[in-house]
Design a protein around this ligand. Structure first.
Ligand code: GRF
Length: 217
């Protein structure tokens, strides 16, 4: 079976992008990263991608003003040009409209630094600390028009220590992100993920029975 052609969309340093690129270096990995696309020309991840020989594109949202449809049309054109089959959002800091999202049904995934549905949005680590959460983590999910709300493919858990601050907790969650994002992409590219009634099944079994919840470290 041919490897799925993947685009990674970034806005910043791209450490999750790098984890995906690293995993896909293995020729037996069922997906290849063929494009890194950023909405910001200064995104650090662009240089990392170029250094590994991966094509990069910049679609600057600022050039489109309030015209989100035109911005998204430019994104779509870049994805079509590179014959992309799966889109991975990795710290891509633009909300996408239904008009775009609906073009990628069950083919666009995101990594979120919290155990969804808790702590959608930003500042997840501080909010988890403020809430006194005992466990925290990261989630890979399908992208739907509502932010951070799509079916959950995989989650990884970390224990919150009483000594944690936003930075220490964030570092441990990031390590989990780098572990689970490639695993989730692998399962998706292998065609093992199905969505039934808004919930993911992996090889026909619920996510929690499919070994897709990493234990606390
Ligand atoms: C990660 O924490 C990711 O979960 C969130 O944005 C951050 C991006 O970091 N969506 P990086 O650019 O992958 O290093």
């Amino acid at each position: 079976m041919s490897r799925k052609r993947v685009a990674v969309l970034i806005s910043g340093r791209g450490s999750n992008m790098a984890a995906l690129i690293d995993a896909a270096k293995d020729k037996t990995f069922p997906a290849e990263i063929v494009l890194v696309l950023s909405n910001r020309p200064d995104a650090g991840g662009l240089a990392t991608a170029s250094a590994t020989g991966i094509a990069t594109e910049v679609v600057e949202h600022t050039q489109y003003g309030k015209d989100r449809a035109a911005f998204e049309a430019a994104l779509q054109a870049a994805l079509v040009k590179h014959r992309i089959e799966i889109v991975c959002l990795a710290g891509f800091m633009r909300l996408l409209t239904a008009g775009f999202v609906d073009r990628w049904p069950e083919r666009m995934i995101n990594i979120h630094p919290a155990l969804l549905p808790a702590f959608k949005g930003l500042d997840t680590h501080q909010r988890a600390l403020d809430a006194g959460a005992k466990v925290h983590g990261a989630t890979v999910h399908f992208v739907v028009p509502e932010m951070d709300a799509g079916p959950i493919i995989m989650q990884g858990v970390v224990a919150v220590s009483p000594d944690d601050n936003e930075q220490t907790l964030g570092q441990r969650v990031l390590a989990v992100e780098h572990r689970i994002y490639p695993q989730a992409l692998k399962m998706l590219a292998e065609g093992r993920v199905r969505v039934i009634d808004g919930r993911c099944l992996i090889d026909g079994v619920p996510v929690s029975d499919a070994g897709t919840t990493a234990p606390p470290d």
